[in-house]
Structure formats: structure tokens, C-alpha cells
Design a protein around this ligand. Structure first.
Ligand SMILES: Cc1cc2nc3c(=O)[nH]c(=O)nc-3n(C[C@H](O)[C@H](O)[C@H](O)COP(=O)(O)OP(=O)(O)OC[C@H]3O[C@@H](n4cnc5c(N)ncnc54)[C@H](O)[C@@H]3O)c2cc1C
Length: 604
């Protein structure tokens, strides 16, 4: 084996967002040595972008809330294909994780009597999102980082992992490169936690940043782990649509939680036109009641703008298809109308939604206290990911754990807003704890030199082809455009078969990709290496979406527009075959205990 700079940790955490940081803190607290690797600078993870808040049944604003209601809301939102054990643990443990964050120094917005303030969000029956204005993620990551650094976690910034290393079945390390110098790094580890976030960059219009190319999903898949629910991609209903340079950037659901309404070009609040049956009893049937709900009236039901994201996105698409869209191909989201109701509305909006105010002022020259925003769906989140044990977060490969957005299970077919930040805290902690236990219980494995040398050889291949090869950005763009068009919000067999054929062609192009220059800070090279990940997750999404012949949550098929009972009891799983092909299968969802079934029935 060639000589590489080598680091040894009991637990190696890949990804420094909320899940990775929380895992690192917990593993370190268990007394093992911890390394934390991230693709960009510490603090720049996706988590920092989170706006609306952390969902936890603290019951500070509405004392009717408790873990059972949160559990039932999460299962209903996920349309009952969630890993019910994860949904249960999440609902039970989220309040403690939020209070712990507060004890570590997070400064939340407050109720009048000094408790953590909670806001309304789509699909949550009661105000449940602990928040800091619309900059909750920033406060969360700042707090976790401070705490993690003081715990003695070793951080390896701007280092991208390209391969997990195995000894037999077990994962024993990872191999990657430094972004700045292009030098390789070898990590030996007793256990590895993947916390690499999402896959949004597999689509053209997305709220996700450049980092979210499905790396953790692909690392796990290549190492033999199963991926689950990959067809369930969340298209958030409200991304910016204009100007083109900002298309896809998120407009937080907090706008609707604070009273913002959706209108089409005719000025109609179209969300009242289509309220799904399971939500009818909980949803306001007139504008007045909806407004009262957003102002904390406990006798009122929530406005239809706060229905689940999958449904709101589809309603927007329906308006667009019917020619009732806004000037630049979206619909109108209006919070300025509350000036009719509140005396100090402009100040109130700026206080509650400071980032949204500045985002629209600076990027679109729109004053949201005076005029409506134009919004449309944007690829936001993937419910699918590494298949894990609900209690330990270990994948189907020993020694390999996953937490946060790159893991599957808790959200089922659709995630409720705010449930990601709480997922990171609950399952980041669990992953860190169990990875530390695994590392302690098992002797260090051996590093296989041939795996390392092969990973290094493959990584530098694009230089051999040089600038005459295919351009990595051209292939990336073609992939994103195709996924957006053919495997987007509304899907059908014919288009997805075309996408599969397109993926085969793009795979051939990806293998011909070449880059010029050298290894020191070379973004073209990094983009070339990301392509393998994008291709893998795009294929997994398409193959899984073809397999699920029904519509459920984030997955809508116009050729199978209804839910099917048969698919309601299975998850779709993909894994890598020995010949490199992708096997797709259905896995039966384990029977839910009576006690949990009863809770769901009671909350209907
Ligand atoms: C604009 C926006 C607003 C949001 N608002 C909310 C909200 O209000 N509430 C909520 O619950 N959710 C929200 N979400 C979703 C939520 O922020 C994310 O799902 C969550 O932060 C993901 O956290 P994570 O820890 O799993 O990963 P991330 O925070 O995405 O971090 C991933 C980490 O992995 C690293 N990484 C990736 N690949 C590699 C690699 N190959 N090698 C090394 N490191 C790697 C990255 O550098 C990064 O450090 C929002 C998302 C966006 C985009």
C-alpha cells in the first residue's frame, strides 16, 4: 500500500451537521476517541440553513401536546410506512434533547413566562417547533459545535470520504481526500457513523447546497448496506422562483405558520379547494378560522396552507398546470396581508421572519411586509436512506451506523417540517452511543491495502483522461435536468423508464469524465468524483419509484394515483449485487404493537 497520512479513532463520524455533531458528542462522552470529518468547513453543514425550528412535544404553548400526539402526527404524515419504533423513540425523546440543547447554551425564543417558544408547522396538530426566529439551525449548530469541541472531538475539515473500508463484512475505516491539497487520507476506525445529509443535488431545482450529492447513501451502498424508501423525495412547496439565479432557495414553512397564505394569479386561496379526507376534521374550512389558529386560538383548526408538504406541492403543481400560476411560474405566498389584522404587522414580520425579509429584499428586491412572494416546489429532503435498526442506528453492515437525513425510517413517505432537526438530535445521540459500544466490544479490524490502493487509483482516473474527456459539470447538469423532468413531483412508468435508459447513457459519460490541472484545490475534480454518488442515488430513486406502483406521501404516480393496501405494508429496499447491479425488493414492515396502534386510532 502506498503511504498515506493516517488517523486512528475508535469512532469515526462522517458529516458535521446536527446528526454528526450529536453523534460525536455522545461517542466522546462514552469515553472513546472520536474523529469528525466534513466536506466543507465546520459550521457550514446543511443544518445551519434550517430555519423553522425543532419539533418536540414540550407543550409550552399548548398543554394538550404530548409524545403520543407527536407520534400520531409523524405516522399520519409518513402515511404509515414509517419505522414505527423510530417514530416512537423520536416523539418520546425529542423534548429531552431540546432541553439538553438549551442547557448547553442554545438561546431559543421565549414565551411570556420564559419557556421555550413553539410555533405552528405543517402537519403538527399543536404549536410544536422550538425556534430562534427563522435561524434555528444556526443556533443549533453553534451550540453543538461549542459543546463538541470542548468534549475533545478531533475535527478533519474539508476532507471528502470516497470509500468505506471493510474487513470481511465489517466496516473498519474510510478513505478520502483533502479538498485543499488533494492529498489522500486514511482513517482507521472501530466503528463509523454516516451523517452526510441528503441528495438534493441530484435534481435541478433544489434548496440543498453543493455538498448534498448523496455521498453517505452511496458509501453505505457500496459497502454492502441496504438503502430503503429511496422513492420518497420531498419537494418542499415553497422555494423561490424568481430571479433565476435564486430559483429553489427555500422559503420557510414558518411564513405559513405565522399566517402567510397561498393564492393563485386570480387571487384565490386555492388550498381550500382540496383538503384530503384524513385531515378534514383537523383543518379550518374558512379563512377566519385559519387566521385565528395562527394567532393561538385553541378552538380553531389549522389553515389548509399548513397541510403536509407533499399535498401542498401537488396543489401548486395543479394550479400551474391549469394556467393559474404567477408571472414567473409559481404561485403567490402572502404574509403582507396580515397588515389588515395586526397594528404592528411589518415589525412583527421582520421579528418573526428576519431571514425571509432579508432574503427577498436582497435577492429579489421584494419587501415581504408589503407585497407577496412568488414561490414554487423545490427538491428539499429525502425520506429514504440507509436502512438502520431503530434503536441502535446500525445499518445492515456491522460497525456501520447512520443518522440524520442519510438514514431512513422515521419519516416514512413524507417528513413533517421540524422533524428533521429533532431526528438529528435523537438519533445522532443514539448512533454515537451505540457506535462507541460497538467500537469497545470489537477488536480493531485490519485495513486491506488493496481496497485502499484501488480507491486511490479510481479517484485519480479523471486526470488520466484530461480536459479532452467529458466535462463533469455537463454530465452533472444533464443528470439533474433529467431527474427533475422525469422523476420529479409527478411520475409515471413511461417517463421513469426513459430516465433509467438516460441513466445508463449518463453512466457511460460519467466513466469518460476527464479533468485538467492538478489535485490542489480543483473543483472540477471534486465534481467528477461526486458523479458516482449522484448516479447511484438517482438510480436508486428511479428504481424504487418504479417498484412502488401506488401514490403515497412524496411519491406521486399519475399512472397509480391511489394508495394501495399491499404497498402500505412494505418498504422498498435496494442493495448492491455481487456483479455490481442494483437489486430491488420489498421488505414487510414489522407488525406495530397494540399500544401504538391504539394511539393512532385515538388521535384520528
Ligand atoms: C434551507 C433549509 C431549511 C431547513 N429548515 C428546517 C427546519 O426548520 N427544521 C427541520 O427540522 N429541518 C429543516 N431542514 C432540513 C434539515 O436542515 C436537514 O435535513 C438536516 O440539517 C440534515 O442534517 P444532517 O446532520 O443529517 O446533515 P447535514 O447538516 O446536511 O450535514 C452533512 C454533513 O456531511 C458532510 N459530508 C457530506 N458528504 C461527505 C463526504 N463524502 N465526506 C465527508 N463529509 C461529508 C457535510 O460536509 C456536512 O458536514 C431544512 C433544510 C434546508 C435546506
Amino acid at each position: 500500500m502506498a503511504e498515506y497520512e493516517t488517523f486512528t479513532h475508535d469512532v469515526l463520524v462522517i458529516g458535521a451537521g446536527g446528526a454528526g455533531l450529536r453523534a460525536a458528542i455522545e461517542a466522546s462522552a462514552a469515553g472513546v476517541s472520536v474523529g469528525l470529518v466534513c466536506k466543507s468547513l465546520l459550521g457550514k453543514a446543511h443544518t445551519v440553513m434550517a430555519e423553522g425550528g425543532i419539533a418536540a412535544a414540550l407543550a409550552n404553548v399548548d398543554d394538550r401536546d404530548n409524545w403520543k400526539v407527536h407520534f400520531a402526527d409523524t405516522m399520519r404524515g409518513g402515511q404509515y410506512v414509517n419505522n414505527w419504533r423510530m417514530a416512537e423513540l423520536h416523539a418520546k425523546e425529542a423534548p429531552d434533547r431540546v432541553r439538553e440543547l438549551e442547557a448547553w447554551g442554545a438561546m431559543f425564543d421565549r414565551t411570556a413566562d420564559g419557556r421555550i417558544l413553539q410555533r405552528n408547522f405543517g402537519g403538527h396538530r399543536y404549536p410544536r417547533l422550538a425556534h430562534v426566529g427563522d435561524r434555528t439551525g444556526l443556533e443549533m449548530i453553534r451550540t453543538l459545535q461549542d459543546h463538541g469541541i470542548h468534549r475533545g472531538v478531533d475535527v478533519h475539515m474539508e476532507c471528502t470520504i470516497v470509500r468505506l473500508l471493510r474487513d470481511g463484512d465489517r466496516v473498519v475505516g474510510a478513505f478520502g481526500y483533502e479538498r485543499e491539497r488533494g492529498r489522500f487520507r486514511l482513517f482507521r476506525a472501530g466503528a463509523v457513523v454516516l451523517a452526510t445529509g441528503g441528495i438534493g443535488r441530484a435534481f435541478k431545482i433544489t434548496s440543498n447546497s453543493w455538498e448534498y450529492t448523496g455521498d453517505g447513501h452511496t458509501l453505505a451502498y457500496d459497502a454492502g448496506a441496504e438503502l430503503m424508501d429511496m422513492e420518497f423525495v420531498q419537494f418542499h412547496p415553497t422555494g423561490m422562483v424568481w430571479p433565476p439565479s435564486v430559483r429553489g432557495i427555500l422559503v420557510t414553512e414558518g411564513v405559513r405558520g405565522e399566517g402567510g397564505v397561498l393564492r393563485n394569479r386570480e387571487g384565490r386561496r386555492f388550498m381550500f379547494d382540496d383538503i384530503p379526507e384524513p385531515y378534514r376534521a383537523q383543518t379550518a374550512d374558512n379563512e377566519e378560522e385559519g387566521w385565528r389558529y395562527t394567532q393561538g386560538d385553541k378552538t380553531a383548526r389549522r389553515p389548509p396552507e399548513l397541510l403536509t408538504r407533499d399535498h401542498v406541492s401537488r396543489c401548486i403543481v395543479r394550479e400551474l398546470k391549469a394556467g393559474r400560476g404567477s408571472e414567473h411560474g409559481g404561485v403567490y405566498l402572502d404574509i403582507s396581508w396580515i397588515t389588515e389584522r395586526l397594528p404592528n404587522a411589518a415589525e412583527h414580520i421582520k421579528k418573526k421572519l428576519p431571514s425571509m425579509y432579508h432574503q427577498f429584499k436582497q435577492l429579489a428586491d421584494i419587501d415581504i411586509t408589503k407585497e407577496p412572494m412568488e414561490v414554487g416546489p423545490t427538491t428539499h429532503y429525502i425520506m429514504g436512506g440507509v436502512r438502520v435498526n431503530g434503536d441502535t442506528q446500525m445499518s445492515t453492515v456491522p460497525g456501520l451506523f447512520a443518522a440524520g437525513e442519510c438514514a431512513a425510517g422515521i419519516n416514512g413517505a413524507n417528513r413533517l417540517g421540524g422533524n428533521s432537526l429533532s431526528d438529528l438530535l435523537v438519533f445522532g445521540k443514539r448512533a454515537g452511543e451505540h457506535a462507541a459500544t460497538f467500537a469497545r466490544a470489537n477488536k480493531p479490524g485490519a485495513i486491506d491495502a488493496s481496497q485502499v490502493d484501488e480507491a486511490a487509483r479510481q479517484a485519480v482516473e479523471p486526470f488520466g483522461r484530461g480536459p479532452e474527456g467529458e466535462g463533469p459539470y455537463q454530465v452533472q447538469y444533464a443528470l439533474q435536468a433529467m431527474m427533475q423532468d422525469l422523476v420529479g413531483i409527478v411520475r409515471n412508468e413511461d417517463e421513469m423508464q426513459r430516465a433509467l435508459a438516460g441513466l445508463t447513457e449518463l453512466g457511460a459519460r460519467a466513466r469518460r469524465v476527464g479533468v485538467g490541472g492538478h489535485r490542489e484545490y480543483n473543483p472540477g475534480w471534486h465534481a467528477a468524483l461526486d458523479l458516482h454518488n449522484l448516479m447511484t442515488v438517482a438510480t436508486a430513486v428511479t428504481r424504487s419509484a418504479l417498484e412502488r406502483r401506488e401514490s403515497r406521501g412524496g411519491h406521486f404516480r399519475e399512472d397509480y394515483p391511489d394508495k394501495s393496501a399491499a404497498f402500505g405494508s412494505v418498504n422498498v429496499v435496494v442493495r448492491k449485487e455481487p456483479d455490481g447491479g442494483m437489486a430491488v425488493s420489498r421488505a414487510a414492515i414489522p407488525e406495530m404493537p397494540q399500544e401504538l396502534k391504539r394511539i393512532i386510532e385515538e388521535m384520528k
